[in-house]
Design a protein around this ligand. Structure first.
Ligand SMILES: NC(=O)c1ccc[n+]([C@@H]2O[C@H](COP(=O)([O-])OP(=O)(O)OC[C@H]3O[C@@H](n4cnc5c(N)ncnc54)[C@H](O)[C@@H]3O)[C@@H](O)[C@H]2O)c1
Length: 336
């Protein structure tokens, strides 16, 4: 029996595929490569020493999806395939609804047809919107501030309805906080063209000399140094959370939702300082005004995942910066 991983060539997907393969699972990857490169498949195979089955396919292509379910013995699906740029989602909401919601609906339809009713879904802390208190728990009120966030909230609602309608479904919704870092091999990680919308790739690019300085939005929040505070989580810890979630999906039915975060917040300036220490040189930054829609502080209460998934983040902020820098150095062809 194999696990189908949609979006498995992407940032979080590729790290999860490595953990799955190293835990002995057979993995099938589906990805249309709209935000990733096929070389990552070779890197996954280099890290694990095993080959992985890959389909270059779009989640919205139901015929292709059916072929994949017909050709393989799939026991569960981990669904990472989505577009994730908040700014772009505001400019092109339709693109986000079509891809993120359309893709999920196509997947659910074919899963139902082939009686595969175990799913782990990538959600986000963005569904907490502007939370009233910290840390956020899974029971807190949900709201969203942009179309990307709305696709995640709508997806969660769809999954709730599916589980209510048929008790054979088993769904785990994982709400990620701020995934950063890279695999310790330095072979896979997160990068992008141009100016990143996430802070860690931005810091990484400035440290590498590709960009001049990090733009920090707002230094007048009610936080330790005035900059925004987030719960950064190492992508390998996050990936391991999916292995634990698979165990839940195997033995329980219904829908279960978990925060995957460390439970600790760091400010943007603390992150820049830590990265500068790892790199051994100052990472320049400039302060601009607040960015619309940003919240001052957001960090998880991960106790439900700690207890029920028997999972806990173990890598710290220094590990996150070191592994990010190793990945960047190696992708520039430098020794680390
Ligand atoms: N990275 C984050 O900060 C973060 C935070 C919270 C939630 N998430 C969610 O986690 C998931 C994975 O995020 P990521 O950071 O790895 O993103 P990513 O862009 O690196 O990976 C997503 C992968 O899905 C593929 N894809 C997108 N649409 C597809 C489609 N229609 N058909 C087939 N493949 C498709 C892309 O090519 C890419 O390889 C996403 O659902 C994202 O919304 C990410």
């Amino acid at each position: 029996m194999a696990i189908l991983v949609t979006g498995g060539i992407g940032y979080i997907g590729s790290h999860t595929v490595v953990e799955l393969m190293e835990s002995g699972y057979d993995v099938i990857i589906l990805d249309n490569l709209c935000n990733s490169e096929i070389i990552i498949k070779d890197r996954i195979e280099e890290i694990t020493g095993k080959t992985v089955k890959f389909y270059e396919a779009d989640l919205l292509d139901e015929e292709r999806l059916e072929d994949i379910f017909r050709e393989n013995d799939i026991s569960a699906v981990i669904d990472f395939a989505a577009l994730k740029a908040v700014g772009e989602s505001v400019e092109e909401p339709l693109k986000y609804y079509c891809n993120n919601i359309g893709g999920l609906l196509a997947l659910l339809k074919i899963m139902k047809k082939y009686n595969v009713k175990k799913l782990i879904f990538s959600s986000s802390a963005t569904v907490y919107g502007v939370a009233e208190k910290m840390p956020v728990t899974e029971e807190d009120k949900l709201s969203v501030t942009n179309p990307y966030g709305r696709t995640k909230l709508m997806a969660e609602e769809i999954l709730n309805d599916i589980c209510k309608s048929d008790e054979k479904w088993s769904v785990v919704v994982l709400r990620y906080f701020n995934p950063v870092g890279a695999h310790e091999s330095g072979l896979i990680g997160e990068d992008c063209e141009g100016i990143p919308s996430n802070i860690m790739p931005y810091i990484m690019k400035v440290a590498a000399g590709e960009l001049e300085e990090v733009t920090v939005f707002g230094d007048d929040y009610n936080t330790m140094d005035g900059t925004g505070v987030r719960d950064y989580i190492h992508v390998v810890d996050l990936a391991k959370g999916h292995i634990k979630a698979l165990e839940v999906v195997e033995k329980e039915t219904g829908i279960n939702t978990y925060n995957l975060g460390t439970g600790r917040g760091y400010s943007v300036l603390q992150l820049i300082k830590q990265f500068s220490e790892v790199v051994g040189k100052k990472v320049s930054y400039k302060i601009l005004g607040r960015r619309a829609g940003d919240v001052a502080i957001c960090y998880a209460d991960p106790s439900k995942a700690n207890k029920e998934l028997n999972w806990k983040a173990s890598l710290n902020i220094e590990d996150m910066c070191r592994d990010t820098w190793k990945w960047k150095s190696m992708s520039m062809g430098k020794e680390f």
